[in-house]
Design a binder for this molecule. Structure first.
Ligand SMILES: C[S@@+](CC[C@H](N)C(=O)[O-])C[C@H]1O[C@@H](n2cnc3c(N)ncnc32)[C@H](O)[C@@H]1O
Length: 244
């Protein structure tokens, strides 16, 4: 193992331990007036993650891939026809079920799934807030900040679960824009919108500092399938007039 890899692995081992302790001491996070339970071993939403629900349209079938405590799924469920919330972590899945019950959500299913393994069907909206540190940890509860697989698998397989006019919204640090654009293009997805997350409130900033989760501003990247020429609306031929 190279020095940088060993350093990263050590740092993240400490961070996972530390965050687990903090969540155990304070297993809650209030988002837009809703008090979510966030269990130890589950990612605490500190980046205005609920904003993703603005991309949910009335009647959408939504897939939340890596739901954590369920913040994105619960906010989308207000407008969606149905939501499928999934996570590799059993604890995260139980946590999302608990929050769904707390907020009276009735149109959400929650299942354990390693990426698309246990997912069937197609969706109008896929939301993803991937781990963005490239490192591998075995424990399923230590996947929320580190993964080598999440992003490549997301882009390689999402088309199997996306309606032709569907959208994929990926929350990721802004400096990955050109990397994400290339990944999308390689898999028939066009980056349609890039939107930095709203500025954090002072309270959220302080909480982020306590969680050592600072130094980047999260961004929403909206992808849509590249339209095939055959699908494009037919244009009426334009008649050219001669100049008088
Ligand atoms: C940054 S957290 C985001 C959680 C939640 N969506 C939110 O915004 O608060 C990433 C989530 O992806 C999950 N995850 C990581 N690797 C996964 C995989 N291979 N399959 C499914 N979920 C995965 C983690 O367990 C974690 O809950």
């Amino acid at each position: 193992m190279g020095i940088y890899r060993a350093y990263k692995q050590g740092l993240m081992t400490f961070w996972y331990w530390y965050v687990r302790k903090l969540n155990a001491a304070w297993p809650y996070k209030t988002v837009e007036g809703r008090k979510f339970t966030v269990s130890p071993g589950v990612y605490k939403p500190l980046e205005n993650e609920h904003t993703v629900a603005e991309y949910c349209e009335s009647g959408d079938r939504v897939l939340d891939l890596g739901c954590g405590c369920g913040v994105g799924a619960v906010f989308c469920a207000e407008k969606a026809k149905s939501v499928l919330a999934t996570d590799i972590s059993e604890v995260a899945v139980q946590n999302t079920i608990e929050n769904g019950e707390t907020f009276g959500v009735t149109n959400m299913d929650v299942v354990v799934s390693d990426m698309f393994d246990n997912i069937e069907g197609k969706f109008d909206l896929v939301i993803a807030n991937p781990p963005y540190i490239a490192a591998d940890f075995e424990d399923e509860e230590n996947q929320f900040a580190t993964s080598m697989r999440y992003l490549p698998v997301l882009f390689a397989e999402v088309h199997n679960h996306l309606e032709d006019n569907g959208r994929v919204v990926v929350q990721y640090p802004g400096w990955f824009k050109s990397h994400l654009k290339k990944l999308g293009a390689a898999h028939g997805l066009e980056m349609k919108e890039v939107r930095r997350m709203p500025m954090k409130s002072i309270g959220l900033m302080l909480l982020s500092v306590a969680y050592l989760q600072v130094g980047f501003r999260s961004t929403l990247f909206v992808f849509e399938p590249v339209k095939k020429i055959a699908d494009a609306p037919k244009q009426e031929p334009v008649e050219l007039k001669k100049a008088a």
